[in-house]
Design a protein around this ligand. Sequence first.
Ligand SMILES: Nc1ncnc2c1ncn2[C@@H]1O[C@H](COP(=O)(O)OP(=O)(O)OP(=O)(O)O)[C@@H](O)[C@H]1O
Ligand SMILES: NC(=O)c1ccc[n+]([C@@H]2O[C@H](COP(=O)(O)O)[C@@H](O)[C@H]2O)c1
Length: 294
Amino acid sequence: MGSSASVSPSPPAQSTSARTSPLETVRDYSFPTQNLRRHLTHAKTPLVLVACGSFSPITTLHLQLFELSARYVESTDFEIVGKYISPCSDGYGKSSLVPAQHRINMCTLAIEERQSDVMIDEWEALRTDDSGRPIYTPTADVLKRLDEQINDVIGGIKTPDGKTVRARVMLLMGADLALTMGNPKSWSSADLDVLLGFYGGFVVERPKQCDIKDALAPLEKYQHNVWVVPSFENDVSSTKVREQIQNGENAMDLPKSVFDYIKTQGLYQIVRPVEDESGETEKKLANSSATLNR
Ligand SMILES: Nc1ncnc2c1ncn2[C@@H]1O[C@H](COP(=O)(O)OP(=O)(O)OP(=O)(O)O)[C@@H](O)[C@H]1O
Ligand SMILES: NC(=O)c1ccc[n+]([C@@H]2O[C@H](COP(=O)(O)O)[C@@H](O)[C@H]2O)c1
């Protein structure tokens, strides 16, 4: 598959959706750089890995994706200088999403508890239009923005011999997400040309959910820019965790602080009939009434 000899030239033109328009706000936001390494240790290509997804909720496996990749990357010509999680906004519209601020809070707790050097980029999750509605951002635009922040705004990464080079920004994904890239209703070829043709991806095996050969098939055109990270048999997923919470079971694949947060905030409870004051029964979702604390 991939070869790190393919060095990215200049980034593709920024699409409108990746820019912050005058009507758009991202409250209390600054681009996180606390664990971005500005200097390479080896004469390698600096690499920034970005995991995009729902994180509803974040699981222990989400953080392990970075650990598995870090181990794998040691045998390549890349050196990881930054690790980012970018939770999608509520505008993605998946019914399993709890509000973005809760998902960010859970990612923060998981990272703190595990003392991980992964950073959360809240930009995608918190973008809203002038009326406060969340804006959905295609994944290619998330990577474009990170590329711009790291390589243009911050000014790139220093090599051991004192030169400044652009970091390669790449999508870190599970094999199941790669498999969805064969569906043109979800992923346009223009998006994929930017995302995998220009940027590139690290695909972590997810054998319980799909065969790696099937997952790589839609990515064949971009194989020079795709790397496969071996994983281990596991059935960890946010879906399983949500089901365990709904059944009142202990969710073992969550950091404890995240499990406690879910309980305290009453997240992922089943839609249940609630008597309102007029005596009428209506359905209320426990999630929607939960308060948001940073
Ligand atoms: N166990 C796992 N092995 C490999 N990749 C994973 C695993 N869990 C999540 N990922 C990857 O992490 C990214 C974000 O995942 P996401 O938030 O959608 O979690 P999920 O467990 O797949 O969620 P859900 O069960 O709600 O669909 C995706 O690229 C996904 O493939
Ligand atoms: N065309 C696109 O950019 C596109 C299409 C489908 C999903 N996605 C992203 O992939 C991720 C999928 O997450 P889930 O596996 O939780 O649905 C999300 O970050 C979503 O924004 C992007």
